[in-house]
Design a protein around this ligand. Structure first.
Ligand code: NI
Length: 256
């Protein structure tokens, strides 16, 4: 039997495709070049330094201001709207090709966002499934590329996953500290007995994960910023026969 090799149209090997469907995530060691990462760093830092000109809700603080007045988990939604040069990057082209290989040829772009963990002040992004933020009336077949714009380590907040968790339905979530004014959601359950895989990445690497894969990034304990650029892709969402109750998305105290 002939071994299938990767081609530009099928960038992943069959083993990598199988690993994604088995584990719910995959490490892509070279999504783009170190040169592109360095170029993106400068665009990214300008975007976060800009304090004005964002549409309402496009620049958020996910976790809250710390006691010293520092942002701990600032996020920019749709950064490509504010820095159009982000539209045409090699990383996106390759990510789309991989997404189509994993989900199917009708896979299209969803949204981009950027999450910064400032050096020493960057907060953990709690365990969650991305789909917990989305519309409970829709059925998704979607994934996200998480591309750090420097190396990612356990110390500065690389991605960590629970392998196989993508086979679960959407699990109960809550706002951090049960405070609805805090944007970030966290899985409302115990992770302690579950296996966890941390995925450090070199320059140009990325991880891919499904919309129900439980994931987490730790606080940034390094002196340098930890920049993450996230690109979403999915097949067209369909209306579900049975809508789900994502009660954590309703305003007010949960469970009421
Ligand atoms: Ni996420």
């Amino acid at each position: 039997m002939t071994e299938t090799t990767s081609t530009p149209l099928a960038p992943l090997t069959p083993d990598e495709v199988a690993a994604f469907h088995r584990d719910g995530f995959l490490v892509v060691t070279a999504l783009t070049s170190a040169e592109e990462i360095i170029r993106l760093q400068a665009i990214y830092d300008q975007l976060f330094a800009a304090r004005k000109d964002f549409a309402a809700g496009d620049r958020l603080e996910l976790a809250g201001i710390d006691d010293d007045g520092h942002e701990t988990l600032p996020q920019v939604l749709s950064p490509e709207k504010y820095a159009p040069e982000l539209q045409h990057i090699q990383a996106r082209e390759r990510a789309l090709a991989i997404a189509r290989q994993l989900l199917g040829p009708d896979t299209e772009r969803m949204g981009d966002h950027a999450i910064l963990k400032p050096g020493r002040h960057g907060a953990a992004t709690p365990w969650h499934q991305d789909e917990a933020y989305w519309d409970p009336a829709l059925e998704y077949d979607a994934l996200s590329f998480w591309m750090p714009l420097q190396e990612a380590t356990v110390e500065n907040g690389c991605m960590q996953f629970v392998p196989g968790s993508h086979r679960d339905d959407v699990l109960p979530h809550r706002h951090i500290s049960d405070d609805p004014s805090v944007e970030a959601l966290e899985y409302d359950g115990d992770i302690a007995d579950l296996p966890v895989t941390a995925c450090p990445l070199a320059f140009g690497g990325a991880t891919v994960h499904g919309s129900r894969t439980l994931h987490y990034t730790g606080p940034n304990r390094s002196d340098s910023p930890r920049r993450a650029y996230i690109m979403g892709f999915g097949r067209p969402a369909r209306r579900r026969a049975e809508p789900r109750d994502f009660y954590w998305q309703r305003p007010g105290p949960h469970g009421s």
